[in-house]
Design a protein around this ligand. Structure first.
Ligand code: K2U
Ligand code: ZN
Length: 173
């Protein structure tokens, strides 16, 4: 298990479309473990492989953390949304790749997702509540989309400029 470095926006790798996973092997299992460890350490309730500079279509989630319930770590390989509710709801989203910035994003209230598990099994599940928001936020990451892409250009530019300043300060150490 190892903590991975989380990429900070702007970074070209966060805008790329990730590559489908073709083989589920021990390397992928190790990456999933590292992503979960990195997510819990952040702390966060979701993390997508491109955020740790791996351009593969895999994400991890544990929104149970939110209700302080027992952890429910999930690993989704090649996830696809197969159904979206008409109903939408708004959530003030954040992102581990855009630290300390929050904005309201409207998304379908409920989604159905199909994916492959680490054991190779195909899964289909409906998500609602924070799980629905999170899985859509993470699948966006696999398609090179950030929550700020849903904001008005001025607001998005403001956030990007703040991140560029943060990265300059981080580079100075
Ligand atoms: O993908 C990520 O950057 C982790 C995101 C996942 C997420 C964003 C918005 C809404 C739901 C999930 C978060 O930074 S994890 C931090 C967090 C913790 C509790 C509630 C919302 C966000
Ligand atoms: Zn994010």
């Amino acid at each position: 298990m190892a903590l991975r470095n989380i990429l900070i926006h702007p970074d070209p790798r966060l805008k790329k479309v990730a590559t489908p996973v073709t083989t589920v092997n021990d390397d992928l299992r190790r990456l999933a473990d590292d992503m979960l460890e990195t997510m819990y350490d952040a702390p966060g309730i979701g993390l997508a492989a491109p955020q740790v500079a791996v351009m593969s279509r895999m994400l991890v989630m544990d929104c149970a953390k939110e209700d302080d319930a027992t952890p429910e770590p999930m690993v989704l390989i090649n996830p696809e949304v197969t159904w979206r509710s008409e109903e939408q709801n708004v959530y003030e989203e954040g992102c581990l790749s855009i630290p300390e910035q929050y904005a309201e994003v409207e998304r379908p209230t409920e989604v159905e997702v199909i994916w492959t598990e680490l054991d190779g099994q195909a899964r289909r599940e409906r998500f609602d509540g924070l799980w629905a928001t999170c899985v859509q936020h993470e699948i966006d990451h696999l398609d090179g989309k950030l929550f700020i892409d849903y904001l008005k250009p001025l607001k998005r530019q403001m956030i990007t400029r703040k991140m560029q300043k943060l990265k300059r300060e981080m580079a100075r150490g």
